[in-house]
Design a binder for this molecule. Structure first.
Ligand SMILES: Cc1cc2nc3c(=O)[nH]c(=O)nc-3n(C[C@H](O)[C@H](O)[C@H](O)COP(=O)(O)OP(=O)(O)OC[C@H]3O[C@@H](n4cnc5c(N)ncnc54)[C@H](O)[C@@H]3O)c2cc1C
Length: 432
């Protein structure tokens, strides 16, 4: 990659090289806006196994860089022929006498691409390649910042300081920038336990096919059952299947510093004992998985920005994954932010321009991402509520209808129009 040349009057510091930070890096590079990525780790690395993304996310990645569409095809995995536009097959996970185990309730459709899944690290490496390593400094953990009319001074854990015209915080759910911006005044704006979590495992598709048949093993599935749901989808070109068992677990999570309980096979088996044969066969393959407690931002600030510093992605609105949408919202943020920053006028005051840009970004992105956050949290009770009353055909049909409505507005929003609206707000603010 050649270094970005620009006439833009400012240097953007991106804090964090996760999916959000690297999406923003590519978007800025494509728009010739100079930037530097500061990442606390020694390299760009994703820890989780699989990720699934909806049609809105694919379209946004292509808006960021049109060539990403083809590149993604090299790493993605989709449902098998005939089911390419299916997001998930929704099934009953626990038989109840009237309905058989693994009864198919619906093929939940997400045209045109259906469920697009991939290894998290494969997606991150693809983005890192496009963003360019010359724009990254590793082992740089931001701890605080202070700002003046001239710019922002960032302080790092190694004692160093760096200056930038603006700071875009993409440093995830544990965001140090969010903490510095909000928590001294309001500690509740930190991540809160979401009353659930997952036993997670990565299975070989051959083993799973032998256990439950290729029909279910090779297509993305959600199983609904008493006080829990199970999600699984193929990744790694269909060689592996990413599995998560998500029970409700309302008791408080005591250890705020460690969200993982290792070796939870017995607890898992006990928790899902009343489920059907299909889920028991899946659990038998999972070995002794860890339990990851889910956290989210139960309370969000009035504003995502403070002067020249702005929050994006999980730093702004970390959500539970019950609608598979956190990364998608982070990537939409990155696109809209790049589009407002490209409109900064070199001949006017940077501070004023940046305030207007951030106002445009926030006015459009905050309501949408926080609605996704809120509905993702509610989706846990919705996925798990079916078994709270006796199953009937009428209740099953109602659930199918609600499922379609639940996702449609997330997947089929016009992200380019979001950016146009944000730019319009920015320009009107500058005209005043
Ligand atoms: C179990 C689970 C499953 C999920 N499944 C899905 C899914 O299927 N689909 C979906 O769309 N979303 C999913 N999500 C949500 C998704 O993972 C996040 O929304 C997404 O990763 C957010 O990206 P981000 O770049 O904002 O944050 P992160 O991915 O957390 O990246 C933050 C980056 O900042 C760096 N950093 C942190 N602190 C500092 C610091 N002080 N200084 C410098 N750098 C720092 C980190 O090292 C990291 O590289 C899931 C989440 C979970 C927990």
């Amino acid at each position: 990659m050649t270094s970005a040349e620009t006439t833009a009057p400012f240097q953007v510091a991106i804090i964090g090289g996760g999916l959000c930070g690297l999406s923003l890096a590519i978007a800025l590079q494509k728009r010739s806006i100079p930037f530097q990525v500061y990442e606390t780790r020694g390299s760009f690395t994703e820890l989780g196994a699989g990720i699934n993304i909806g049609p809105n996310t694919l379209r946004t990645l292509q808006l960021i860089d049109p060539s990403l569409g083809q590149a993604l095809e090299q790493i993605w995995c989709r449902n098998p022929p005939g089911r390419e536009d299916v997001w998930m097959q929704v099934r009953l996970g626990a038989p109840d006498g009237q309905y058989e185990d693994a009864k198919l309730l619906t093929n939940l459709m997400a045209p045109p691409t259906g469920n697009v899944t991939m290894q998290r690290n494969a997606l991150l490496q693809l983005l890192a390649e496009r963003a360019g390593l010359e724009h990254a400094v590793f082992n740089k953990k931001i701890v605080s910042y202070c700002q003046s009319d001239e710019g922002v001074v960032m302080s790092f854990a190694d004692g160093s300081e760096e200056t930038a015209s603006v700071v875009i915080a993409c440093d995830g759910i544990h965001s140090a920038v969010r903490k510095a911006m909000l928590e001294p005044e309001n500690p509740i704006t930190g991540p809160q336990y979401a009353g659930t979590g997952a036993y997670r495992s990565l299975l070989s598709v051959e083993d799973l096919t032998a256990a439950i048949g290729s029909d279910m093993a090779c297509t993305s599935q959600v199983f609904l059952g008493p006080r829990a749901y199970v999600i699984m989808y193929p990744i790694d070109h269909g060689k592996k299947v990413n599995v998560g068992l998500w029970p409700l677990r309302p008791e408080p999570w005591e250890n705020q510093h460690d969200w993982v309980l290792p070796a939870q096979r017995d607890a898992m088996q006990q928790r899902f004992v009343s489920w059907g044969a299909t889920i028991h066969k899946i659990m038998d393959l999972m070995g002794n998985p860890a339990f990851l407690a889910a956290h989210h931002h139960a309370q969000n600030p009035d504003s995502y920005f403070d002067g020249r510093v702005c929050l994006l992605g999980d730093a702004a609105h970390a959500m539970t994954p019950h609608q598979g949408s956190g990364a998608g919202q982070a990537i939409e943020d990155a696109y809209v932010m790049a589009e407002v920053l490209r409109c900064v006028d070199a001949h006017k005051s940077v501070s004023e321009q940046v305030q207007a840009a951030f106002t445009g970004y926030e006015s459009i992105r905050k309501p949408r991402s926080e609605k996704v956050l809120q509905t993702s949290h509610e989706a846990m009770s919705w996925w798990t509520g079916l078994y709270e009353e006796p199953l009937t055909d009428e209740r099953l049909q109602k659930l199918v209808k609600e499922a379609e409505q639940r996702f449609h507005w997330i997947w089929h929003d016009d992200v380019a129009a979001q950016a146009e609206l944000a730019v319009g707000i920015m320009k009107r603010k500058l005209q005043r």
